[in-house]
Design a protein around this ligand. Structure first.
Ligand code: SAM
Length: 276
């Protein structure tokens, strides 16, 4: 079967953004320094700094299997997204369906890390020459917040805020868009904690709302502030349904707001439904 240029382009984008086009290269050992005991970290950092001054680097062979990378089960060393190929396929399906069916509104991801899923959304707009929709890129660009236990007791013992690998600066994410020639006025960054940025997010309507904030509070803040803006027929995508805190926030929100639309399975953690 002859494939259309836009399908070929988007297929290549997904493989490139997930880095699954290539084997995972060895990963610099400072990437995972935060996992070492606090007393060891400065020592390792010093050794690495000495090596760097001699233009040397210490790396470790990645322990990921191809399946784990494709299924988005690992935090990858080089990919622009950690969500894997099935969830990228699902994102493409949702965005393309919204465009084809004329579902009104913009697209947003809340929790973008290195930006790969948002880059794919912008690439889809480029592939179909759509100029009247915007991709919103919402993140602290500093990692996750410490749990707010007064407001969200379900986040008790959540440790995501200690994972420095999840803190990627806005500058780095902008550069990732730029590398693909996709940084322009149709990409808008919402920098800050969701609780501060999302209540006044500037879009009127959303056609695709993709949530990837891991925690109960981050998921609930995004749903509470943005779900009312999702158009009828729009897609609500949950990346972290396998994480108990996120799952509980989604279930609580759906129960409280009487959301009965069928939740469909994307893969081992991804879910989505269409607003009725
Ligand atoms: C698992 S990563 C997202 C992965 C990304 N969607 C991808 O395609 O690879 C979670 C992201 O959510 C952001 N985040 C989580 N909770 C947040 C909050 N309450 N406010 C702002 N950013 C938050 C973190 O900074 C991090 O970049």
């Amino acid at each position: 079967m002859k494939r259309k240029p836009e399908d070929l382009y988007l297929d290549l984008m997904k493989k490139t953004l997930s880095f699954t086009l290539w084997p995972e290269p060895p990963i610099p050992i400072d990437t995972f320094n935060y996992r070492r005991p606090p007393l060891i970290r400065p020592f390792v950092s010093f050794i690495l700094w000495v090596l760097r001054s001699g233009r040397l680097q210490l790396v470790k062979q990645a322990a990921f299997t191809t399946d784990e990378r494709e299924e988005g089960k690992v935090w990858p060393g080089y990919a622009d997204t950690m969500i894997g190929l099935r969830r990228l396929d699902n994102l493409q399906f949702c965005v393309e369906t919204a465009i084809r069916e004329g579902v009104k509104g913009d697209f947003i991801e809340t929790g973008v890390w290195r930006g790969g899923a948002c880059i794919l959304m912008r690439a889809i707009l480029a592939a179909y020459a759509i100029e009247d929709r915007t991709v919103y890129v919402a993140d602290s660009f500093e990692g996750l917040p410490p749990p707010d236990l007064e407001k969200f007791p379900d986040d008790k013992r959540d440790k995501h805020h200690t994972r420095t690998l999840l803190a990627v600066s806005q500058n780095e994410v902008e550069n990732n868009f730029r590398r693909f020639g996709l940084l322009d006025g149709q990409v808008v960054f919402l920098k800050g904690w969701f609780k501060d940025t999302l209540p006044n997010a500037p879009m009127e309507k959303l056609a695709v709302l993709r949530l990837d904030g891991d925690m109960y509070g981050s998921t609930m803040d995004a749903l509470t502030n943005l779900y009312p803006k999702l158009s009828k027929g729009g897609f609500c995508i949950i990346d972290d349904y396998a994480l108990k805190r996120c799952r509980k926030a989604v279930d609580d929100f759906r129960a409280k707001n009487n959301v009965r639309a069928e939740m469909k399975v994307v893969d081992w953690t991804g879910r989505y439904w269409r607003k009725e």
